[in-house]
Design a protein around this ligand. Sequence first.
Ligand code: 3H9
Length: 710
Amino acid sequence: MSDLVTLTRDGEIGIITVNNPPVNALSPGVPEGISAAIEEVTKDDSIKGAILIGSGQTFIAGADIKEFGKVTSGERKEGIDFLGVLLAIEDCSKPVVAAIHGTAFGGGLEVAMAFHYRVAIASAQVGQPEVKLGLIPGAAGTQRLPRLAGVAKAVQMCADGNPVKASEALAAGIIDAVVDGVDAAALQQGAVEFLRGKLAAGEKPRKTRERNEKLGDEASNGPIFAAAREMAKKAARGMMAPQAAIDAVEAATRLSFAEGCAREAELFKQCLFSDQSKALIHVFFGEREVSKIPDVPKDTPLIDIKSAAIVGAGTMGGGIAMNYANAGIPVLLKETTQEALDKGMATIRRNYENSVKKGRFSQEVMDKRMALITPTLSWAGFETADIVTEAVFEGMALKKEIFAELDRICKPGAILASNTSTLDVDEIASATSRPEYVIGHHYFSPANVMRLLEIVRGKATNKQVIATSMALARRLKKIGVLVGNCYGFVGNRMLHQYGREAQFLVEEGAKPQEVDAALYKFGMAMGPLAVGDLAGLDVGWRIRKEHAHLEKPGVRKPLVADQLCERGRYGQKTGAGWYRYDENRKPIPDAEVDQLIEELAAQAGIRRRTITEEEIIERTQYALINEGAKILEEGIALRAVDIDIVYLNGYGYPAWRGGPMWYADTVGLKKVYDRVCRFHEEHGELWTPAPLLRRLAEEGKSFAQYDKKS
Ligand code: 3H9
């Protein structure tokens, strides 16, 4: 045995402890250590039974995800024989109990299911989240879980990957008891008592793999699998792992345990070597990487955020207020007229009521949250707020006026954040005498739902304000990504290029619905033109008017969106935009729009032609990637993975493609660069290749390699 796994004793009970911080993952040495401990338990006559427990905050949270990349890259030839280890546990001649606190996820739950019994404290969670990494359970989870929980529960857990709480796991038969207590010490004691009870009763332990009574039959299982496949098709559109997980659970109902394991292994391998799994593992580590800011040390002291205030109770301001209230932080919400304030509060109330109706939380929770939001027409109370977020109309003059006012009112050390989506944070900060406390907090609509928070660092923003903003993002259940200050920051600056190409494609001959359909098929949550209709075409129209002075003469610009706005077609809110909308908000292609497009294209002398789906993908994706490379080289994004995380969490980019920069790596930067050069020749200056893209392509490198070095 190693330090990773120890065997100690509590009287006649062996205590096997896994010590592999931070999450007791099954890194090399851990399964072997458990195996050796079980052997010792079997051999030692003074030990009558054993428990397995994790040290620290958790049971085993799964396989060591870092190891998968080593296997797929060929760096590691031999895999760990998980199945063999689990069979040995199950075959142990003495009763063994898995004691669960924190999370028993993936391989962790698979280990636990090979034990004869499982007990947990109430706060523990169990789950098979492998599909979130593009994988399926690979250590007989798809075979043992249906034997414990029944087919319906097992197929659900393996296909959606969501965890279940201890109480639910108990009801499903996954665990055998919930023990009192809140920590590992209480758990250990409870598990030992549980085991002593079993020993005293002389109960013969059962092997999970031999428990077939919940496996159902063809007639009962057929509808379960059909429904699960349908559900996965919708909820995990484009992903292969959920379907593979369902196939593997189905194998458990049709084959022997050993054959079922062999089928699972085959499917696991297919998933492991897929681009989807590599992308999702990149996302898993990326979401954690973005919290690391090279020049802001981990131990930077934070500003204590006990109260907040928001200027503007519109769609964004209201959503931001909900975030604070949801996190238990009291928040003032200011508007200029009673009417606007009432409207904002009514929207918040309606949103909460919908959540209560859907059973997301209770009326009591809603009441508490509503009570944390104080509507106001005055600045009174702003002087004590630890953070103020401005969420007014996107106009520089107005924002500067508000920041000058905040500078007069707010206490020293308060964070002054702007929810601007495009504007210069330094210019906004220049309206104050304390630019070091000014920062951008760019939320995404709907702000109470979307996970992304772009945190925009101005040239004077101090490190404490940055560190506090990153920590606050976590408190608000967001993923904070630090970005530099430029027009549109990371997300909208890239989106601008993407949206531009979508519109050019339409002018050159693709129908709006063809552009949207191609990108939806690619995996985007919605096509770009449908997104425009949803967000309101007038928003961009207004921004374009504000920035008209920055346009370069002679550079092509999209023609149609502004004309749609001139005709009052602002999108869904006016019942028409790129599409017409029926009463169910279903987009309907509109001949009037086709005609307008043709007219505008003819006036501009644009030759109309057939556009392929491939061209739609290349033009839109490579526009994102080329701009992303410029953003990276300019240091607006810290790493390519930061750009990916922005796109996945703010723009509906499919996680299984890993984000635009990772997607570029999977295509190959040489190919992307060559196509960008071609588009440059055909379409001119807007396609000027990013120097970084050229350099990496010429060196045969990827963005991921660039990240490793930076
Ligand atoms: C699997 O099990 C396949 C099997 O079927 C067997 C196949 C043969 N491995 O999230 P946190 C790191 S697939 C390696 O910030 P939290 C993480 O990167 C696996 N590293 O903490 C971070 O590192 P750093 C199935 C891991 O408290 C640090 O630990 N299991 C792993 O917010 C802290 O993580 C899963 O998918 C890992 N398995 O949340 C579970 N897990 O500090 C994945 C974490 O350097 N993990 N790290 O940035 C989680 O869901 C969360 O980490 C957990 C803790 C809920 C456990």
